[in-house]
Design a binder for this molecule. Structure first.
Ligand SMILES: [Zn+2]
Length: 217
């Protein structure tokens, strides 16, 4: 009887410790985000470190391209057709990433932040701040070249056959390069990152960057 009571007390204590740590972690997380917003936001231009804010695609609007990789269902056929067309030309397009939830972006962003020397602005060069990534919409994709995997997420990707093929053909499938070299948004050049604007709804999502670049008025 006594032993049982001790065991129960130990269990309750254990569970409490786990719960308290969980709550603390969550608190730290939101504190970091609030600090980040206060210090880094540029509300006057509606931009955060050069990025615009994007809503998260609804689960029902996402289609699985391959395990762990989903994109907006409206971009699905375009992507599959584009990959097939590239393949016909001897180019293997690798889908490196598609939809990313805000929660996932937060985890990645603050995981990088925990490296003491990295500043928010440097991190944003690699990853948009959580909630500010085109990947949230499900319309943005990162592409690699099957014959040059060393160039995945590297500027060198611009020298691959895949990139040259995309420059010539991506627009036929509704895909545009989001962050060309020296883009007016001030976001790091990302030759691997393309967004789908092949439907009116998709185009509407990217009204802000397209207004900035003068593509739409
Ligand atoms: Zn990307």
């Amino acid at each position: 009887m006594n032993n049982d009571r001790q065991l129960t007390a130990a269990l309750v204590a254990g569970i409490s410790v786990v719960a308290i740590f969980g709550a603390l972690k969550h608190w730290k997380y939101s504190q970091e985000w609030n600090e980040f917003i206060v210090q880094e936001a540029l509300p006057a231009e509606g931009l955060l470190l050069g990025y615009f804010q994007y809503p998260e695609a609804a689960e029902a609007d996402l289609a699985v391209v391959e395990p762990g990789l989903r994109i907006h269902k409206d971009a699905y056929t375009a992507l599959i057709s584009m990959r097939a067309a590239a393949n016909d030309d001897g180019v293997e397009l690798i889908l490196l990433s598609g939809f990313q939830s805000h929660e996932w972006q937060k985890k990645i962003f603050f995981a990088i932040k925990s490296d003491k020397d990295s500043k928010a602005i440097e991190r944003a060069n690699a990853f948009a701040p959580p909630g500010y990534s085109e990947h949230s919409t499900g319309y943005a994709i990162d592409l690699g070249d099957g014959s040059s995997r060393n160039s995945d997420f590297e500027i060198d990707f611009e020298s691959t056959e895949a990139f040259h093929w995309l420059q010539d053909n991506a627009s036929k499938f509704g895909f545009v390069l989001s962050f060309p070299n020296a883009n007016i948004q001030g976001v790091r050049y990302q030759p691997w990152h393309w967004r789908f604007e092949g439907t009116e709804t998709a185009k509407r999502q990217f009204r802000q960057p397209n207004e900035l670049t003068g593509k739409i008025k």
